[in-house]
Design a protein around this ligand. Sequence first.
Ligand SMILES: CC(=O)SCCNC(=O)CCNC(=O)[C@H](O)C(C)(C)COP(=O)(O)OP(=O)(O)OC[C@H]1O[C@@H](n2cnc3c(N)ncnc32)[C@H](O)[C@@H]1OP(=O)(O)O
Ligand SMILES: CC(=O)C(=O)O
Length: 535
Amino acid sequence: MTRDFSPKERLILFDTTLRDGAQTAGVDFSLADKRHIAALLDGLGVDYIEGGYPGANPADTAFFQDPPRFGHARFAAFGMVKRAGRSLDNDPGLSMLFEAKADAITFVAKAWDYHVRVALGVTLEENLASIGESIEAAKSRQREVILDCEHFFDGYKANPSYALSVVLTALQAGARWVVLCDTNGGTLPHEVERIVAEVCARAPGDRLGIHAHNDTENAVANSLAAVRAGARQIQGTLNGLGERCGNANLTSIIPTLLLKPDFSEKFDIGVPMERLSSLAKISHTLDELLNRAPNRQAPYVGASAFATKAGIHASAVMKEPRTYEHVAPESVGNKRRLLVSDQAGKSNILAELERIGVKLDKDDPRLGRLLDEVKQKEALGYAYEGADASFELLARRVLGDIRDFFEVERFRVDVERRHNAQGDLVTVSEAVVKVRIDGETSISAAEGEGPVNALDLALRKDLGRYQRFIEDLELVDYRVRVFQGGTDAVTRVLVEFRDASGETWSTVGVSANIIDASFQALTDAITYKLLKAGA
Ligand SMILES: CC(=O)SCCNC(=O)CCNC(=O)[C@H](O)C(C)(C)COP(=O)(O)OP(=O)(O)OC[C@H]1O[C@@H](n2cnc3c(N)ncnc32)[C@H](O)[C@@H]1OP(=O)(O)O
Ligand SMILES: CC(=O)C(=O)O
């Protein structure tokens, strides 16, 4: 076998999370968010960070008045080229860009003749003149220039010579990079590869970039196709944020470039291998800042990216993880999970038991009993893959490894709508719980925001000698799912608790009655805490 020892080429990563990502429906970055995310990106090692659009809104303008200091990245400001029919000095948008404290200016310009006529209403020549003049003006102000050719691929398909003339005009005017944008996101990988190769025959690939939108879910594939064809800059965003269906997801592209030999043997990128393990954390931090639930199925960084549910898969993963993992989860800061569910086999159960410190042989008859119990409960609606603590309690009960700390003899929950002392109409929930501990009974009552809250408060009010172990319990999540529909609907309740140590655990309850399902989940959560505390 021959090995290629030629030096690697440098591939440039341009992040537009703070600009195109800000065009995501439901996303609204504050100035503090922008500073936080920019610091994460710089720490990761991307080459350019596009901070926003100065003049578009106060946060973006302020960001460029007091720019962040980066260790590695260059800071780019985005805006339109000069409007046709105006002088350079009489274009407020351009003035804002020139005033912005940025290393680079990313101009956006139309590369599709149809757009020039319809959206701008100017001639093709006027558009080229605006592009050339704007770039020269920015260069004369010592700015590096990037030209984003909006609609390049649609434009190239409709009128290749005009689309190319936009690219060549920009290069001649001194743009460092000309970025071919699939603005409407409808171009497919084989088209991108062909068109970029054709452009590379007329312009140097190390001055060409790709900016792909994800409307056919091909933005990552299109970016890689463009690199294969010769482009040497990739634009993208963290978690694939961006207009409509988003942009090329750098959270997927970066590990692909570092871990897949077809790319890693040919290219160097600014992200060092040792920082790759911070990727999952960065992705989740962004979600946290935006108050968005992380995408569990996100490649590389999602909670399910290395989660194995099927028994056949789990059995092989336990023998050798590579059997079902295309890369090691730790390389991107993620972790392997073998889930317990109705798709599980003994291997899944063994792995989960090992996680909680219980060692069993695969031929131990209790293992088969536990698997049967899991499958029967799941058939009733229980879901253990999201309820680690309930699984542990079930397992320990089947293994005869746990005692009942308390017994709830009965509970009652009332919901009453009535006028309060001020005459306002209010809905009041009250719960009463009778608990037996070591032969002694106690009765507790509590009012709550709703019936489940009242039940939770009453249940945790007086657990006798166990009370001190549950003082630091905090309910952090409560989720209800109703399934089967109709009058025989079954309710599944999942609750998540946390204690002062920061540990969280989840439990599940299932019943036709939502209060009963909640009660099961709550009692499991308290029992788990007592078990954990060694009560
Ligand atoms: C493909 C992309 O993602 S491009 C990025 C788009 N991002 C944004 O638009 C976010 C920030 N935008 C904004 O805050 C505002 O749109 C502003 C401040 C830029 C402009 O606001 P307004 O002056 O009110 O204009 P409006 O948004 O209604 O329309 C855009 C104008 O820019 C013109 N324009 C669009 N692209 C270009 C271009 N490349 N070169 C010159 N002019 C352009 C349009 O023709 C239109 O002008 P018109 O109404 O006279 O025809
Ligand atoms: C520039 C840009 O965001 C686009 O063309 O999609």
